[in-house]
Design a binder for this molecule. Structure first.
Ligand code: GLY
Length: 563
């Protein structure tokens, strides 16, 4: 009798956890388990990933299901109309880096965002049809599926259900949707379901029938269900209504690409990062290697000394980003030279402890391009030796704000990550270099930095964050917090972050940044600016007892799921 009762209880609790509970859920900020872990920007997406682990899938299955679900429950950045990057490690195999970044359409051209006077018009590269690059996410999910175990039809089903039957939205989502309402009305020819006439509030149900139908076409026809046939035609029809450039050929020709991961060693740990066309992995390599010769652990967490060192390191890496980085398929990026130990040591030769450096003398030339912060990251691990780190984006919050009518998904505005006019400031006071100029088929430079840290050749940390140009600095700080400052995962994620990106020559800090350190840095000559929240970091740490500790950032609805 007692055994039967126990079995009943176990079955009941399993079936509760084994469902994606669309109408009642909450964020779990920290969770540990021995079989697997998923952490993402939304509780329902993390649940979808966990469900696949429980069904016998691996970390790739979970990462794919989480991404499909994010495209429904987190429309601001989760997507099928955008792109992303995946870094993964498999037991006893070479690390994997998968690039599913958007591409410039074939008819794109270098000066397409310039007006008659030759000035960059950023409204065109940031909003509406013309700002969209050819989406890469669906191709990326299918490319990564060769490493998964479960059929795609199973992985996509939670997303279909969430779109078709709806789910309740959080307060944050309601606020974000309401604040984009004017833009949705302005940049769409048919008003999307993301607009609610009397405004969204927490607990309202969002049903996305057109999106569900698009996901079903993908379920039944595979990748072609997006890049060809009815969905492709709906995208092209939408382009025609708004003077966009994406053609049927662009869609058919899109390919996700496996690339060599960007590798570096830091204090005995192996860091696996994303290579070009994301600057994320190379920036991380540069920042960690410039930090390594200094006893930063002894300086202490966010003392003026350690922050100054990290700021100077960040300044130098971002100066290099501006000058040298872009899509390496189109522009020769000197990756080996930029990661070289002697080069990086030399880069720090004018660093003076206690005295602010200057971006005027660090390097002459170009500066970084503007990037929006609305990206999203998920980290996954399983008990079969796989770890997966994925960052995806639509660029701005809700991308271009244009929904493909009849297909129900938002298009990205990733074209703004190119340098619209090399060498000249855009609306945001930033410019970019030749390396990142627009060319047909080229991928715009990114800062996304999905990362895995190995200890003794086994996964130790799976880490990443959204945040535009703040992504690499946030990942850098999270790693240093754990390795050098010996912080708990929780603190490493949730303690305040800071950011310097060469230009503008300012240190940006979060609200809770130590006022004492702030004052000391000001005395050294730094300009400090409070800039609200930086990133939403998701970390899984493998503890010494082998259990997985998943921590979701407190800065949003982010949520961890383990078992
Ligand atoms: N759109 C942000 C990034 O790719 O870095």
């Amino acid at each position: 009798m007692r055994v039967r009762l126990l079995l009943l209880l176990i079955t009941a609790s399993y079936s509760i956890q084994a469902q994606v509970t669309a109408f009642q859920y909450s964020s779990i900020k920290k969770s540990t388990g021995k079989n697997g872990a998923v952490v993402s920007a939304h509780p329902l997406a993390s649940q979808a990933g966990l469900l696949m682990l429980k069904k016998g899938g691996n970390a790739f299955d979970a990462a794919i299901a989480t991404q499909w679900a994010l495209a429904v429950v987190y429309p601001g950045a989760g997507n099928i109309g955008g792109g992303g990057f995946m870094v993964a490690t498999l037991k006893n195999q070479k690390p994997i880096a998968l690039d599913y970044r958007e591409t410039a359409p074939a008819s794109a051209s270098r000066d397409m965002y310039l007006d008659a006077a030759g000035n960059a018009v950023s409204e065109k590269s940031l909003y509406g049809h013309l700002s969209a690059g050819v989406p890469g996410t669906v191709a990326g999910l299918f490319a990564s599926h060769q490493l998964a175990k479960l059929p795609m039809q199973v992985l996509i089903q939670p997303a279909i259900d969430l779109a078709e039957k709806g789910f309740v939205i959080t307060e944050g989502e309601a606020r974000a949707l309401n604040s984009s309402r004017d833009a949705f009305e302005k940049y769409n020819t048919q008003i999307p379901v993301l607009v609610k006439t009397d405004g969204w509030k927490k607990g309202d149900t969002l049903v996305q029938t057109d999106l569900a139908n698009t996901l079903k076409r993908i379920k039944h026809n595979g990748q072609k269900g997006f890049y060809e046939g009815a969905t492709a035609q709906l995208i092209v029809d939408e382009m025609k209504r708004g003077n966009g450039l994406i053609s049927l050929e662009d869609l058919k020709n899109y390919k996700a690409k496996f690339r060599e991961a960007q590798l570096c060693n830091y204090r005995g740990y192996s860091i696996i990062g994303m290579p070009m066309p994301s600057s994320g992995g190379l920036l991380l390599t540069q920042m960690l290697k410039m930090t390594e010769p200094y006893p930063i652990g002894k300086m202490g967490f966010q003392t003026a000394a350690s922050v100054q060192l990290m700021v100077e390191v960040e300044r130098r890496a971002y100066a290099d980003r501006a000058k040298y980085m872009g899509d390496a398929d189109f522009y020769k990026v000197p990756v080996a030279e930029l990661s070289d130990g002697a080069y990086l040591k030399n880069r720090m030769k004018d660093y003076q402890p206690g005295k602010a450096g200057s971006s005027k003398i660090t390097v002459e030339g170009t500066v970084p391009g503007y990037e929006s912060e609305e990206t999203t990251h998920l980290s996954v691990i399983d008990n079969q030796g796989n770890a997966v780190s994925v960052t995806t984006t639509l660029n701005n919050n809700y991308g271009s704000k244009t929904v493909v009518a009849g297909a129900g998904f938002l298009l990205n505005d990733e074209m703004d990550d190119f340098s619209a006019k090399p060498g000249s400031p855009n609306l945001f006071g930033a410019v970019g270099g030749k390396a990142n100029a627009i060319e047909p088929g080229k991928r715009m430079l990114s800062s996304m930095a999905p990362t895995i840290v190995l200890k003794n050749n086994k996964p130790f940390l799976v880490v990443g964050t959204p945040g535009g140009t703040t992504i690499p600095t946030s990942v850098f700080q999270t790693i240093v917090n754990i390795i050098d400052f010996k912080m708990s995962t929780d603190d490493a994620v949730n303690q305040p972050k800071f950011h310097h990106q060469w230009l503008p020559d300012e240190v940006f800090v979060e609200k809770k940044f130590s006022s004492q350190t702030w004052q000391q840095l000001q005395k050294m000559g730094y300009k400090i600016t409070d800039r609200g929240q930086i990133g939403r970091t998701e970390v899984i740490q493998v503890l010494t007892n082998g259990r997985f500790e998943a921590v979701a950032d407190h800065r949003g609805d982010d949520s961890a799921a383990t078992w």
